[in-house]
Design a protein. Structure first.
Length: 269
């Protein structure tokens, strides 16, 4: 890669655009890839819950629009993304290898609010919704919070548990852990254990987030979710990622700029 290209760096809406060297990209479970790229700047400034917008290919072979990915973990100067290869952009990204570069814009969006009043964090993810939680886990551990992690999958083929704590698994087909969905798994846990004050952090399919939002409301628990709707610019310019707000103020929020993290009491899922 040319030196000038690796060094190019601009700032857009508070985020950096950089060409970053890929350190590795490996399949860690079925169609699920862990891509590690080098960016001391993003590594130093990112907070859990934020995302990066990645151009899958710089030539005509890839989609024109960037693709958003949660920052999954920071490891020194390295930023990790965990993603499902489901379409053109993610399949191209999954083929990146050491020595290649990717065009990254970030960190973007609002982070989880972690420094609030609670004793136990319940991290709840459906499928690739697990992506932002290794980063969140390390930050919550630094704050001394108790952590319980609940992961729901269709089956045992796509499970990823690295860098998570106290993991409980549910599978739709019963091939691993609890036979059922992750909301069914977490509900009795909330009732039975002495957890102190609880806060839920969740990411996954909207149907799961909706069920969790209702569970949180019934149990008077604060619940923050990461929304993963479709996006284009990623920085609040195109108005392409609205989510309906509750309350009397503006009718819509933008997932890329006002989120992707929202309190479930603030949005209509
Ligand atoms: C803030 C944010 C964070 C995200 N973080 C991650 C992450 O950490 N890991 C990860 O794997 N994915 C994440 N996503 C989703 C990811 O951006 C999409 O999977 C990706 O854009 C698909 O690109 P593609 O070109 O491969 O697929 P496309 O060819 O564009 O689409 C393939 C199929 O996937 C569907 N699809 C595309 N995007 C989404 C989406 N956002 N939600 C649901 N279905 C979609 C399309 O409708 C189509 O059916 C995130 C999305 C957002 C908005
Ligand atoms: S993706 Fe453009 S405004 Fe959100």
């Amino acid at each position: 890669m040319e030196e000038s290209k690796t060094k190019r760096k601009t700032v857009m809406s508070g985020a950096m655009q950089q060409f970053c060297d890929v350190q590795s990209c490996v399949e860690v479970s079925a169609k699920t890839f862990l891509l590690r790229f080098i960016s001391p700047e993003i590594a130093a400034s990112a907070q859990p819950g934020q995302f990066v917008n990645v151009l899958a290919a710089e030539t005509g072979e890839g989609p024109l629009l960037r693709r958003p990915f949660s920052i999954s973990r920071i490891d020194g100067d390295i930023v990790e993304l965990l993603f499902h290869a489901i379409g053109k952009g993610t399949i191209l990204l999954s083929r990146k290898r050491n020595g290649e570069s990717i065009d990254v814009l970030g960190p973007l969006g609002q982070p989880f609010r972690i420094d609030t009043d609670y004793n136990t964090a319940l991290i709840i993810a459906g499928g690739i919704g697990v992506a932002p939680f290794p980063f969140l886990t390390s930050s919550l551990q630094n704050l001394g919070k108790r952590l319980e992690t609940f992961l729901g999958y269709r089956n045992d083929k796509q499970i990823v548990t690295s860098h998570l704590k106290n993991v409980h698994i549910a599978t739709d087909d019963g091939s691993k852990g609890f036979h059922g969905n992750v909301v069914q798994l977490v509900e009795p846990f909330i009732d039975q254990k002495d957890l102190g004050k609880v806060k839920i952090f969740a990411c996954g399919p909207t149907v799961m987030l909706k069920a969790l939002s209702e569970l949180a409301k019934r149990n008077n628990i604060c619940c923050e979710v990461s929304l993963e709707g479709h996006m284009a610019c990623g920085v609040g310019l195109c108005q392409g990622c609205p989510v309906e707000r509750t309350g009397d103020g503006a009718k819509y929020a933008l997932v890329c700029k006002d989120g992707p993290i929202f309190l479930t009491t603030d949005v209509i899922l």
